[in-house]
Each structure stands twice: as C-alpha cells, then as structure tokens.
Design a protein around this ligand. Sequence first.
Ligand code: OGA
Ligand code: MN
Length: 283
Amino acid sequence: MAYQTIDVKPIAGALGAEILGVDLSRDLGNQEFDEIHQAFLDHKALCFHEQDLSPEHQVALASRFGQPDIYPFIKALPDVPEVIEILKTERDTVNFGGGWHSDTSYLPQPAMGTFLHALEVPDSGGDTMFANMQLAYETLSATMKGMIDGLVGVNSSAQNYKGGRAKKMKELDGMKDKFIDSSEISIAEHPVVRTHPETGKKGLFVSRAHTTNFKGMTVEESEPLINFLSDYAVRPEFTCRIRWRPGTLVVWDNRCTQHFALNDYNGQRRRMHRVTLRGDRPA
Ligand code: OGA
Ligand code: MN
C-alpha cells in the first residue's frame, strides 16, 4: 500500500518495520492512524524511535488500537493501572520475557497487541527478537499442516517457570516487589493454527513457553511436536531483531508473532513501560 502520512521502512524480510515521520505524543489524525494500523497488520511489529511519551500518552495511543488491559501478575504504575514497568537492574541476571512466547496465551482472551516503550537501555545488548507465525505456518509441508490443523493446545501460565512463576519472579531483583502472587495458574485451550481475525491468514499459535500439551494427548505424546513447531517457528529467516534506544516504542501483534527478550547485558540496567490490549478468543 502507498502511505501518504508516514514512511514505512521494513527492517527484515520476514516482518518488522520502522515508522518514520510520526510523533506519537500528538493526537494522530484519522488518516495517519489508519495508515499506522495498516502497517501494523502488514508488518506485525512496528518500531518508532525517539518518542517522548508519558505513561498516559502510551495508554491513549494504545486506546486507538483497542482496549488496554490489566496484566494479572505485575502491579501497575500507581497512577496508571494499564502500565507495568519491565525492569532489569544492574544486579539482575534473569530477565522478563527471555524465551520465545506470545503474550498471555494462557488466558482465554490473550493480549491482542503489546506496546513497549524504552526508557533506559544498555549501551549494547537487550535487543528484542520477533518471529512471524504466519510465515512459519505457510512454509510447513501440506501433510504437517493437515496433521496440526485441528489440534488444540493447552496453554498454562506455569509452563515457562518450572518450579513456579512465583519462584522465578522472586529472582527478578528489579520486579520482585511488584509481583502479584495469586498462586492461581491460568490455563486456556486454543487452536494450534489460529486464523487472524483481521487479515484471515493462518498462523501457528504454540510455544514451548506456554503450551504444555495438545488436548486429548499426554504431555509425553505432545512434547516432540510442540518442540518441533516451537523451534521451526523461530528459524532465523522468520525473524527480525529490534535494537532499542531510549524513547523507542514498539507495538507488536501477538496474534501472529512471538517475541524473545535477549538477556545479554548483565551488569547494565534496562527499563521499559508496557501496555497490552485485550484480545479476542483465538479461532
Ligand atoms: C513483554 C516482553 C520483551 C522485552 O513485555 O511482553 O516479553 O524486550 N518483553 O522486554
Ligand atoms: Mn512478552
């Protein structure tokens, strides 16, 4: 599509684009918003550098795309309940989001999109990778597609954290005080092949991080295929990598991507603000 109000520069073959010429702290005009939204559907992860955005601005921006949601496991900023802080301090060795996943896929209505705004970033390291789940699905063999088309994945909030989410969160020096230990494990069943409600395209919706097994199959039976699909889906040619600067805002579509926060900057500090959007029931 030809864009008139924004400049769209793809950053990889698979997905991801940098958007130039936009100040997100202003109210976006309708055409400008429509073009950004189209770019979001086309490129799946959009990167805007040098954005001076307050938490309130970030929520207002997210509200143009959908309904900002409350994240169940981390206390929000005191005055802005839709914004959580993702912080890795100089003392932390574990990070948040350090495994391939799609946000909150263990909820009945997983997050549709996520807006992450960088406040403090390491001199180098701390990049985030994204992978295109539609490209991954499309490139599977017809026989494999036939095998997985009807499968349902069981997704659990406890899966990523063998030994418990609480134990893992307590290892995060920067975030442990904000952790909400509901001790409730959230489990949701979703199709392994998900149809994007806006583009109609099919994509994989399965990950080692959250999928424990396929419905009607044991963990032992499911694991080899979960592992194959999870690894296949993040082959280098299906990914892009975003290098953050202070002020970078990235918005990604959790319905057709996974992401991975690199943990390669021990001894340095990284601080972000995050807003997620309420999603639909995957189908
Ligand atoms: C997230 C997440 C990635 C990052 O906020 O959902 O996974 O790079 N973070 O911090
Ligand atoms: Mn995440």
